[in-house]
Design a binder for this molecule. Structure first.
Ligand SMILES: Nc1ncnc2c1ncn2[C@@H]1O[C@H](COP(=O)(O)OP(=O)(O)OP(=O)(O)O)[C@@H](O)[C@H]1O
Ligand SMILES: [Mg+2]
Length: 312
């Protein structure tokens, strides 16, 4: 039985259709990504699964329990880590965890044991008795996750858990989530970072405007929807419209993507195009720092499926 089972979920807020018929399952020991831009409906979906808001129609089950009809039982299986921090600044880390454990009805002695366990797991053992207001941003986020873990849930709902992290902290958290996956938990991870979805998720649902537009392993998504190859120019000059126009001439169906300082041209035959494209770009004033033939990314997949960028 899947630990998370979502079927034909629709959610309307007045005129706004935040979810327009979403279905998927998440198994034990799986990290399932919801990858989508702002307003895609990721948080709405999380809130429905956490039993915080009812769907307009459709069903959702956690550990086999319906999130509406059997809400309390469903909630016992869930650790929910919302986008905003839940923890109290004026309590210590340990006090926060004991408080959340008490809310979950965990007896005091077991709560103390679990609090120690999760503090250690998240690298906060030394900090357990310090007030949270002395914590760094990254430590607060880790404690927020600890609060979602204290009752030992088998389903984790993580809403953009690494927003504002530096790359090091992000990789650290990914490793912790991999550990939780090995323990057989099901992890539902909402993110708009394609690298995060690619590096961490076993399967990814690409969600846009309330719909899942594609769902598969990251590899399969890139194979199926990504361009055959990408000719990527890293430029020292600004990527101006005239340069983009030139890039379009060389690309498959005019498909070009600007990612920061990188100009990505979707091509079938990079070796044939490389010399002329390079020459034309230089003639138009581009200073090229690096050229490479790259594999497609989930960002390329998103652009292909929706015609828009994932991150602006
Ligand atoms: N309580 C609400 N009342 C009215 N509209 C809402 C409410 N919550 C969400 N929406 C709308 O539903 C849509 C989906 O929002 P949601 O927050 O689920 O997206 P998201 O994918 O989490 O976005 P983000 O990446 O910005 O967190 C948006 O159009 C949003 O404005
Ligand atoms: Mg959100």
């Amino acid at each position: 039985m899947p630990l998370v089972e979502v079927k034909d979920l629709i959610k309307r807020y007045g005129e706004v259709e935040a979810l327009r018929g979403v279905s998927f399952t998440v198994e034990a020991g799986e990290v399932f990504g919801l990858l989508g831009p702002n307003g895609a409906g990721k948080t709405t979906l999380m809130r429905i699964l956490a039993g915080l808001t009812p769907p307009s129609s459709g069903t959702a089950r956690i550990g086999g329990y319906d999130v509406i009809a059997e809400r309390v039982r469903a909630q016992q299986h869930i650790g929910y880590c919302p986008q905003d921090l839940l923890i109290y600044e004026d309590l210590t880390g340990r006090e926060n965890l004991l408080f959340f454990a008490a809310l979950r009805g965990i007896p005091r002695s077991e709560a103390c044991r679990r609090a120690d366990e999760v503090l250690k797991f998240l690298g906060l053992a030394e900090w357990g008795d310090q007030l949270v207001k002395k914590y760094s941003g990254g430590m607060k986020r880790r404690l927020n996750l600890a609060a979602a873990l204290v009752h030992d849930p088998d389903v984790l709902l993580l809403d953009e858990p690494t927003v504002g992290f530096d790359p090091h902290a992000r990789h650290e958290l990914w490793n912790l989530l991999r550990q939780l996956r090995r323990e057989g938990r099901a992890i539902l991870l909402a993110t708009h970072y394609m690298e995060e979805a690619d590096a961490l998720c076993d399967r990814v649902a690409i969600i846009d405007q309330g719909r899942i537009v594609a769902l598969d392993t990251p590899e399969a998504l890139k194979r199926q929807y990504g361009p055959p190859t990408v000719l990527a120019f890293l430029l020292a000059t600004e990527i101006s419209d005239p340069l983009i126009d030139i890039a379009r001439e060389f690309s498959e169906e005019g498909k070009v993507l600007v990612c920061g300082e990188e100009l990505r041209i979707y091509v079938r035959n990079p070796e044939a195009i490389l010399p002329t494209a390079t020459q034309r770009l230089i003639e138009a004033g581009a200073r090229i720092r690096e050229v490479r033939v790259a594999e497609p990314t989930l960002e390329d997949v998103f652009v292909r499926l929706t015609g828009r960028r994932l991150e602006e």
